[in-house]
Design a protein around this ligand. Structure first.
Ligand code: FAD
Length: 451
């Protein structure tokens, strides 16, 4: 999946290998171990089913087209080679097919209707219980040598560069620690209101659990039920769509719509997506991707993304709006691909869904609200500490210039040790002119495609 359907970068590969290593260690404590077989799944199964006398194959039921095909192929192989296939829903809260069935089989599905359907379904299934040493008592221990032969690969085995390492560490152990840390602050949990969280805090102001959910290190159901328990003990708590449980429901919403929408990750042939003639401009796209737009707020976010693989939801809003309907009028598909490569939590359905949202191509219709690349970040970080951290070249500018250093005089630029146009670029667009122009384009497209 990682190589055939998505373009995953070095940070996520490291995160995956760390997660596997952690799983291996945890299984070791239960008297078992993890064997990692590398290769294309059909060949791997054909090679190992007889050799190891495999009678049952279990897999996570996923909704992406790649996984649907994979499951169908494995079932076919099972019938041919004589093994049983067990497919379990575990990555989402509900079996999304049940939600779709109650919606009459397919989208359109609004968030409001989606919540109504969930209320008919009741609480999601409880999490699968944790494994214990007893579960492994009847298992045959792998022969000596086998564990070494099928050990978790090292980055060097897969030729993954070790140059860039994210501060985020993969694995269930880390994920659980992060979960527990957040849940100890019950006041924070019950009053959580997403728009009030801060996009440019130096440590995540939201849970930062997305990489762990995305990689399967942590169960969303465990999180959901832990939240329910806390809510049950509180007098008041925030509600969807703004609450923490509400965030999980957004995730579920995108999975549900994606699983029933053809060509969900592209504009062409995607029935829920506005058809827009975006500009094709490789040079401008490159400047956005490599943090050279000349807007410190945008460039600091893109730098955090590249260095660490995680950025706050509203920071994602800022850079996505800038690339698409706000300033550059470049296709959301291009932005989605960059996120896919750089995000630790890169997810086929959630990424595409949110990119369509931010570019006002689907779901979101308040397209007249365009984020200003100067004012947006200033509101929550007027001193620009976030910019100073991620763009150290600008760190000596006084706060009044940090979001728009091109407005500082030549003398002030010299004093800050950074000449605009030489050490840091001028803004690549005039935001006011570009966004006014794009707004007109967007109005036109929407009038034309009203139906
Ligand atoms: P919290 O606010 O703590 O929320 C808890 C969990 O709820 C998250 O871990 C996540 O699983 C889920 N969640 C929160 N917001 C959303 C949302 N808007 N949509 C769906 N699920 C949500 N999230 C991904 O997991 N993978 C992606 O590839 C991804 N791409 C995005 C692209 C764009 C352009 C935008 C605007 C958002 C994207 N998001 C993506 C959604 C969201 O930004 C992240 O899930 C969130 O910021 C992760 O941080 P957190 O774990 O601290 O979230």
């Amino acid at each position: 999946f990682l190589t055939s359907s998505m373009h995953i970068g070095a940070l996520r590969w490291h995160f995956l290998l760390q997660s596997l290593e952690d799983l291996h260690k945890n299984l070791g404590q239960l008297g078992s171990c993890l064997l990692v077989i590398q290769g294309e799944y059909e060949t791997v199964l054909r090679d190992h089913v007889q050799q190891w006398n495999i009678t049952q194959v279990t897999l996570d039921a996923e909704m992406e087209p790649f996984y649907k095909d994979m499951e169908a192929n494995i079932r076919r192989l099972g019938a041919e080679l004589g093994f049983e296939v067990l497919s379990l829903v575990g990555h989402s809260l509900y079996n999304t097919q049940r939600i779709l069935d109650l919606n009459g089989g397919s989208p359109p599905l609004t968030y409001k209707r989606f919540l109504h359907i969930l209320s008919l379904l009741g609480d999601p299934e409880v999490p699968v219980r944790n494994l214990t040493a007893e579960d492994f008592q009847r298992c045959r221990a792998p022969e000596p040598g086998l564990a070494e032969c099928y050990r978790v690969p090292l980055p060097v085995d897969l030729k993954i560069s070790s140059e860039s390492l994210s501060p985020w560490r993969g694995g269930e152990t880390e994920g659980l620690q992060r979960l527990e840390q957040h849940l100890t602050d019950q006041g924070w949990v019950t009053s959580f209101t997403k728009p009030r969280t801060i996009p440019n805090s130096l440590l995540p102001s939201t849970t930062g659990l997305s990489p762990y959910f995305s990689m399967g290190c942590l169960s969303v159901r465990t999180f959901f039920y832990r939240l329910s328990n806390i809510y049950a003990q509180a007098k008041h708590h925030s509600l969807p769509p703004l609450s923490l449980q509400g965030q999980l429901l957004w995730r579920e919403f995108f999975y549900t719509v994606a699983s029933a929408t053809p060509n969900f990750t592209q504009m062409a042939g995607n029935p829920i997506c506005l058809q827009i003639s975006w500009y094709k401009d490789a040079e401008r796209l490159h400047k956005w991707k490599t943090a050279q737009t000349g807007f410190p707020w945008i460039d600091a976010i893109m730098t955090q993304l590249r260095q660490e693989g995680w950025i706050h939801h509203l920071a994602r809003h800022a850079v996505a709006c800038f690339l698409t309907r706000g300033d550059l009028w470049i296709s959301w598909e291009e932005g989605m691909k960059v996120f896919e490569e750089l995000l630790l939590d890169a997810d086929y359905s959630i990424n595409a869904g949110n990119w369509m949202w931010l570019s006002a191509s689907a779901f979101f219709h308040q397209y007249t609200r365009i984020f200003c690349p100067v004012r947006f970040g200033k509101r929550t970080d007027p001193q620009g500490n976030y910019i100073r951290k991620y763009l150290p070249i600008l760190k000596n500018f006084p706060s009044k210039y940090i979001y728009e250093p091109w407005t500082a005089s030549e003398e002030e630029q010299k004093q800050a040790g950074c000449i605009i146009g030489q050490d840091y670029p001028f803004p690549m667009v005039n935001h006011k002119e570009a966004s006014d122009h794009n707004l007109q384009l967007m109005k036109q497209v929407r009038e034309e495609q009203h139906r």
